[in-house]
Design a protein around this ligand. Structure first.
Ligand SMILES: C[S@@+](CC[C@H](N)C(=O)[O-])C[C@H]1O[C@@H](n2cnc3c(N)ncnc32)[C@H](O)[C@@H]1O
Length: 421
């Protein structure tokens, strides 16, 4: 069931994605109608948030069971929530699903689409995200918040008649004039969300040190800010073994196999046992995403960079080492086609099975064999039903909750290679 309009894409991007979902291999297996249905479902699912939020537990400091207990107490403080059974070091927290019957207030706030998406994942509204507020809005007002999915609303407008999607109710912490008529840019929370349409708990500052949202080791990133964050996080988590460097990873291999200059990059070839390439990508699997402004040129710009980074990763890997390539996108070109290219370009690489295997097979269309497709994990958000019931109302058995958590995810992709000795 679809509550929000399907993701809004530029025509050229929609056609590009559609053609990937109508590739000859898929059409031969599914037929025209089913292929189109699959593509439509995907567009619908992308504009909705996934059912669960998964966090990694720092098992050096706390067991998953204990973290779950503490988390459950924290969530109880915030709002009613439910936890899923554990895996080795992660646990998942469900979003309480779509409360479409919420009463809407006369005082309206319009926020940018990014901000609206964040609200659906548990965020409050920060003043920078507010585009428009009713004329009479004052501190303490109950307000209804809408997402400007078509990016049409003018900053400071008092009314907005364009397409807007209701994302929930909250209390204003700033008046309209404080937001739009201050001399200096105003920062901080603008609306405290009390009734978001999707109840996704936010984990900002919840159990710091014990749990964290995805990403365990990052060796290099070219953005200094990200590297700083990794260092801070590693220090909070007391993980002394993580070293983060601000570096262009396409240049991370020393030109000859001599010693490297110091502890940081560039590194000699074949000096890593394992490499995780969590590649920069078009991010088309992120959910919820009601409107995507990427042009086709931007969407297709990632493949060359991904190939460069992949080539570097292969050079850095020791024979017998493991290379994991991942993206958070749903395009064929950044996923299965990258894998097909890698297997042809680097005969030393073999695809390997992944454990745990939760996602579905790779998408047909890149010339990979059915056996190869089975070694990939594609998390395809359109595989789950969109649900209009409260996940915590007791009707779902544990196994159904687990199935939902494993399928109603953001769209992402994982391939695991081993370099032959
Ligand atoms: C999908 S994100 C990785 C996210 C990371 N795993 C985390 O949890 O924060 C891809 C990252 O690649 C970085 N990046 C893009 N081009 C790069 C390059 N040439 N060298 C190093 N990092 C690069 C981007 O700055 C971005 O942070």
């Amino acid at each position: 069931m679809s509550f929000f309009p399907k993701i809004r894409l530029r025509k050229e991007v929609e056609e590009y994605l559609r053609s990937a979902y109508h590739n000859s291999e898929l059409l031969a297996t599914l037929g025209e109608e089913e292929a189109e249905q699959k593509f439509l479902r995907l567009q619908n699912h992308l504009s909705h948030p996934p059912a669960f939020t998964t966090v990694r537990v720092n098992t050096r400091l706390i067991s998953v069971e204990n973290a779950k207990q503490l988390l459950s107490e924290e969530i109880h403080k915030i709002r009613r929530g439910m936890l899923l059974p554990n895996m080795e070091d992660i646990t998942s927290i469900s979003a309480v699903i779509c409360r479409r019957s919420l009463k809407q207030h006369p005082v309206q706030v319009i926020v940018g689409a990014q901000c609206g998406n964040a609200v659906l994942r548990g965020a409050h509204v920060y003043s920078a995200g507010i585009l428009s507020a009713s004329k009479w809005m004052k501190v303490g007002d109950e307000v209804s918040v809408y997402s400007d999915v078509e990016a049409r609303c003018k900053r400071g407008a008092t009314e907005f008649d364009g397409t807007k999607v209701f994302v929930g109710n909250g209390i204003s912490e700033l008046s309209r004039s404080e937001i739009f008529c201050s001399n200096s840019p105003i920062k901080g929370k603008g609306i405290r969300m009390t009734e978001p349409v999707y109840l996704s708990p936010s984990f900002d500052n919840v159990l710091p040190g014990y749990i964290f949202l995805q990403g365990e080791v990052i060796a290099m990133d070219k953005i200094a800010n990200k590297v700083e964050k990794v260092k801070q996080k590693a220090s909070v988590l007391k993980l002394n073994s993580i070293q983060a460097f601000c570096y262009n990873s396409t240049k991370a291999v020393t030109p000859d196999s001599g010693d490297s200059q110091g502890p940081g990059p560039p590194f000699p070839p074949e000096s890593f046992d394992r490499v995780l390439l969590d590649a920069p990508c078009s991010g088309m699997g992120q959910r919820p995403n009601m409107s995507c402004a990427l042009s086709l040129k931007e969407l297709t710009s990632y493949q060359p960079l991904q190939r460069k980074l992949f080539s570097t990763a292969v050079s850095l890997l020791k024979p017998g080492g493991t290379l994991v390539y991942s993206t958070c996108t749903i395009t064929l070109s950044e996923n299965e086609q990258l894998v097909a290219w890698a297997l042809t370009t680097f005969p030393c690489l073999q695809l390997h099975p992944q454990d745990p295997r939760i996602g579905g097979d790779g998408l047909m269309g890149a010339g990979l064999s059915p056996d190869q497709l089975k070694l990939l994990q594609r998390f395809d958000p359109s595989l789950a039903e969109l649900h209009d019931f409260d996940i915590n109302d007791g009707t779902l058995e544990d196994q159904d909750r687990t199935l939902l958590a494993n399928t109603d995810t953001i769209g992402f992709f994982i391939a695991k290679f081993v370099k032959q000795g």
